[in-house]
Ligand binder design. Structure first.
Ligand SMILES: Cc1ncc(COP(=O)(O)O)c(C=O)c1O
Length: 500
C-alpha cells in the first residue's frame, strides 16, 4: 500500500492511500493509526463489497483478504500458538461448544461490519489441539508461567466455604447459632442445563433480608424465548453473573454482572470490581457485549426459534437411537426447568464411557462437544448451530449404536469407575480454602497425597469441575477418579505434580 497523504501530522485528518490494485482510497486517519488496519483490509480485496453494501464494510472470511493473508502466513514459520489456532480454525468442525457465536456463524453483524468475521472464526475455547492454559503440555508456551496465578479463584481470596445445602434448613440452622448468612449463592443452571427454583429461593431469602447471588454463567440466553427457562433476574435474584460468551454471541471472556436490588450496595460492588479488574479494559470485548445485546434486541423473542427447533428435533431423533441415553427432565423431576439447548447423551449401554464415545464422534465425525465426563457428553446448541452439525452428530451416534456391542452396561471395571467414583458426595473439608491456600505447603507426588489436606484446586479437564479444593482431605475415591479420567485423556490442572 502506498501513502500519498501525510498521515503523521495530527493536522492532516484526510489522506489518500493507493491500494495494491492501484485504486485510490480516501480515508480518515487517527494519529494512532488505528484506522490504517481497516483501510488495508479494504485495499486488500473488500472494497467491492464495501461499495455493494452502500458503505457498510463486511469482511467475508473467504474473500481476497483471507487468501493473501493465508498465503503470507504459510510463507513464514508461525509461532506455535498462532499456528495451532490457525489449524484449529481451519477444521471443518461441527461445534457444539462455547463461545455461542460458533466460529463466526452467529457473530453479531454490528461488529463483523467493523472487524470482519475472522476474529470470531479464531475465537476458540481450550480445544484439545489448542492445549489448556490451566494445564499446558510441557511445551514452550508463554502461559506456562502464569499457571499458578490463574488457578487463584474467588473462594481462596475471600475464605468462604462452598457447601451444598437446602437453603431453608441452612438459614434456620445458622439462626440457632445466632448467625445470619451474608448471602445465598446459587449456581443455576448447571453445566448440563438443570435450573434451580430461583423464584422460591429469592422469596425465602428476601423475607430474611438475605441477598441472592446467582451464577447464571450458562443462562445468559434465558428469558429470550418462550421455550427457554425464566432468567434469574426475572425471578428476583439480586446479583446475577452471566458468561455472555457461552451461549450468546460476544467474544470469549466477555461477561455481564447484573444488579437488581436494594439489598446490594452498588458502590461496594464497584469498589470490589476495581480491585479485581484489569486497569486496561478491552473495548473490543466490551463492544462485543454491546453487539450481542443489539443482536438480541433486533429480533426479540424469535432469535432462538431455529436453534431451539433444531435441538428439540435432534433430541427427538436421539431418543430412538438404540443404546444412546438422553439426559432429560425425567432425570430431574424436582427441577423447574431444563435448558432445551443443552443435550447430554450417554453410551453406557453400548459399553462406552463418555470419553470413548467422544473420541469416536470427534475423530470420525468432527463433532466437537462442550463437556465430556465418564458417563456422558454434553453438547451446547446455539445460534450458530447448523442443521448439518446436528446431522453429523446424529450420524455419529447412530454409528456408535451400530458398531458397538449392546452390552446393556459398561464392563465391570468401567461400571465401577463410573458409579463408584462420581458424584463426589463425601468430601471432607477440614480447613477453609483460604487458610489452606495461604498455609505453608509441601509438594508431594500424586500417589503420596492420599489422606493429606490439599493446598491446590485440582481440576480435570474435561469436564472442568474441581475434584479437590484447598482445605479438603484427598480421598481414595478422588484420587482414583483423577487417575481414571487422566487415563481417558483428560488433563489435570492445578496439581504441582505434573507427571500424572
Ligand atoms: C457454573 C459456572 N460458573 C462460572 C464459570 C466461569 O465462566 P467464564 O468462563 O465466563 O469465566 C463456568 C465455566 O464454565 C461455569 O461452568
Amino acid at each position: 500500500m502506498e501513502l500519498t497523504g501525510d498521515s503523521h501530522s495530527p493536522q492532516h485528518q484526510e489522506a489518500v492511500f493507493r491500494s495494491h490494485s492501484g485504486e485510490d482510497l480516501e480515508v480518515s486517519i487517527t494519529v494512532e493509526g488505528l484506522i490504517l488496519t481497516l483501510v488495508e483490509d479494504v485495499a486488500l480485496g473488500n472494497k467491492k463489497e464495501h461499495k455493494e453494501h452502500g458503505g457498510s464494510l463486511e469482511l467475508n472470511p473467504t474473500d481476497g483478504l483471507v487468501d493473501r493473508d493465508s498465503q503470507k502466513l504459510n510463507e513464514c514459520r508461525l509461532p506455535p500458538l498462532v499456528s495451532a489456532l490457525k489449524a484449529s480454525a481451519e477444521e471443518n468442525a461441527a461445534s457444539f461448544h462455547f463461545p455461542g457465536q460458533n466460529r463466526g456463524q452467529a457473530a453479531p453483524s454490528s461488529l463483523t461490519r467493523l472487524i470482519g468475521a475472522r476474529p470470531f472464526l479464531h475465537d476458540l475455547p481450550e480445544l484439545p489441539e489448542l492445549d489448556n492454559p490451566f494445564a499446558p503440555l510441557p511445551r514452550d508456551l508463554f502461559w506456562k508461567r502464569k499457571n499458578r496465578q490463574l488457578s487463584f479463584s474467588g473462594h481462596q481470596r475471600h475464605g468462604f466455604l462452598l457447601v451444598a445445602v437446602h437453603v431453608e434448613e441452612a438459614i434456620k440452622e445458622l439462626e440457632t447459632e445466632g448467625l445470619k448468612p451474608a448471602a445465598v449463592f446459587v449456581v443455576s443452571p448447571s453445566y448440563h442445563g438443570v435450573c434451580s427454583g430461583i423464584g422460591a429461593i429469592s422469596e425465602l431469602c428476601h423475607k430474611n433480608d438475605i441477598p441472592v447471588i446467582v451464577d447464571e454463567a450458562h443462562g445468559a440466553h434465558f428469558g429470550f424465548h418462550d421455550h427457554l427457562p425464566a432468567s434469574a433476574l426475572a425471578q428476583a435474584a439480586d446479583i446475577v453473573v452471566q458468561s455472555t460468551h457461552k451461549v450468546l454471541c460476544s467474544l470469549t471472556q466477555s461477561s455481564m454482572l447484573h444488579l437488581s436490588s436494594n439489598l446490594i450496595h452498588r458502590e461496594r460492588i464497584c469498589r470490589c470490581l476495581q480491585m479485581l479488574q484489569s486497569s486496561s479494559p478491552s473495548y473490543l470485548l466490551l463492544a462485543s457485549l454491546d453487539a450481542a445485546t443489539a443482536q438480541l434486541s433486533d429480533s426479540k423473542g424469535t432469535i432462538f426459534n431455529e436453534a431451539i427447533e433444531l435441538a428439540v428435533e435432534t433430541r427427538r431423533v436421539i431418543k430412538h437411537i438404540h443404546g444412546i441415553s438422553l439426559f432429560d427432565t425425567a432425570n430431574f423431576p424436582s427441577s423447574p426447568a431444563i435448558d432445551p439447548l443443552r443435550i447430554t447423551v450417554g453410551a453406557r449401554e453400548l459399553g462406552l464411557s463418555g470419553f470413548e464415545a467422544d473420541d469416536i464422534l470427534c475423530r470420525d465425525f468432527g463433532v466437537a462437544s462442550e463437556l465430556v465426563g465418564t458417563p456422558s457428553i454434553t453438547l451446547a446448541f446455539n445460534l450458530g448451530t447448523k442443521r448439518e452439525h446436528a446431522s453429523r452428530l446424529l450420524s455419529g451416534l447412530e454409528y456408535l449404536s451400530e458398531t458397538s456391542p449392546h452390552t446393556n452396561g459398561l464392563s465391570a471395571e468401567k461400571e465401577a469407575n463410573a458409579t463408584a467414583l462420581a458424584p463426589f458426595d463425601d468430601f471432607n473439608v477440614v480447613l477453609s480454602p483460604r487458610d489452606a491456600f495461604f498455609a505453608r505447603n509441601r509438594k508431594v507426588s500424586f500417589e503420596d497425597n492420599l489422606g493429606k489436606i490439599c493446598g491446590e484446586l485440582i481440576c480435570p479437564y474435561p469436564p472442568g469441575i474441581p475434584v479437590v479444593i484447598p482445605g479438603e482431605v484427598v480421598t481414595e475415591r478422588a484420587l482414583k477418579y483423577l487417575l481414571h479420567v487422566k487415563s481417558k485423556g483428560a488433563t489435570i490442572s492445578g496439581a504441582a505434580d505434573r507427571r500424572k
